[in-house]
Design a protein around this ligand. Structure first.
Ligand SMILES: NC(=O)c1ccc[n+]([C@@H]2O[C@H](COP(=O)([O-])OP(=O)(O)OC[C@H]3O[C@@H](n4cnc5c(N)ncnc54)[C@H](O)[C@@H]3O)[C@@H](O)[C@H]2O)c1
Length: 254
């Protein structure tokens, strides 16, 4: 089960956190993994880890918000069976402390970045007789989270974008789903705590851990396991669906 042998999987942001865990697991299950990353050194580190374990991976340095760069990378990769739109950036703030520049930056990476990869890959998947797309959404796609104005906007867009793609390409044998994690302990979380809560890191870490009724943050490997299922042939009946992985955040926080 969950065999990805002979499949080419593209993972954006595979140099860190959730994307790194997905890259490592997909390669272990037999996929040839292609990592598109802004951070070249981090991507090369994931590739080295995969190669050391005897599997196959390649890294490509690109900014997913730049269409020209993304199209060039996908032209180089060629056949793609699985696309995981994972790369994303955070922003802490409500509407009043979100500047136009903040909004544009979040949109360009989190929304346009996913669009750019889809724009490149959908024709390839259609020509190959199908494929699977998995987009990284968030609990912020469907729940009001304080001080996440720009971020929530982008993750709501990812959810709606995924429904649109799932609907439009269902007859091309392309499935498209989203995963919505609550807090997962990655450099993404450590980074925004350090940037926005200097001096109160431990207190905020504890608070964010407790915001999941299960009492802790998720692990990147736990998200990767769900990603593997959704991208495997075993999930062939699943499309147009969002999967929260949230330690009870959405349904048990009362
Ligand atoms: N960690 C969480 O708590 C959490 C919760 C819900 C959703 N998510 C989502 O999961 C995804 C991964 O999060 P993470 O915590 O692993 O983050 P992370 O910061 O650990 O890793 C993200 C990776 O994306 C890369 N990246 C950023 N901008 C890029 C760009 N323009 N082009 C190419 N690569 C770029 C970064 O270099 C980094 O390696 C994001 O979309 C995030 O919004 C994370």
């Amino acid at each position: 089960m969950f065999n990805l042998q002979n499949k080419h999987a593209v993972i954006t942001g595979g140099g860190s956190g959730i994307g790194r865990a997905i890259s490592v697991l997909f390669a272990k299950q037999g996929a040839t993994v292609h990592i598109i990353e802004l951070n070249k050194a981090a991507a090369e580190q994931t590739v080295a880890e995969i190669e050391e374990a005897g599997s196959k991976a390649f890294s490509y340095e690109a900014d997913i918000s730049k269409q020209e760069q993304v199209l060039a990378v996908f032209a180089e990769i060629g056949k793609v069976d699985i696309l995981v739109n994972n790369a994303g950036i955070a922003h802490v703030g409500n509407l009043e402390n979100t500047t136009e520049a903040d909004l544009d930056r979040l949109y360009n990476v989190n929304v346009k970045g996913a669009y750019n990869a889809l724009y490149a890959v959908i024709p390839v998947m259609k020509a190959n007789g199908g494929g699977v797309v998995l987009n990284m959404a968030s609990i912020a796609s469907s729940v009001g989270i304080s001080d996440r104005f720009a971020y929530s906007m982008t993750k709501g867009a990812i959810y709606a974008m995924s429904l649109s793609v799932a609907r439009d390409y269902i007859n091309d044998n392309i499935r498209c789903n989203t995963i919505s994690p609550a807090r997962v302990h990655t450099p993404f979380v450590d980074g925004f705590i350090a940037k926005n809560y200097a001096g109160k890191e431990a207190e905020i870490f504890e608070k964010l851990s407790k915001s999941q009724p299960i009492g802790r943050m998720g692990k990147p490997e736990e998200v990767a396991a769900l990603a593997l299922y959704l991208c495997s042939d075993e999930a062939g009946f699943i499309t147009g669906t969002d999967y929260p992985i949230d330690g009870g955040f959405i349904k048990l926080n009362n």
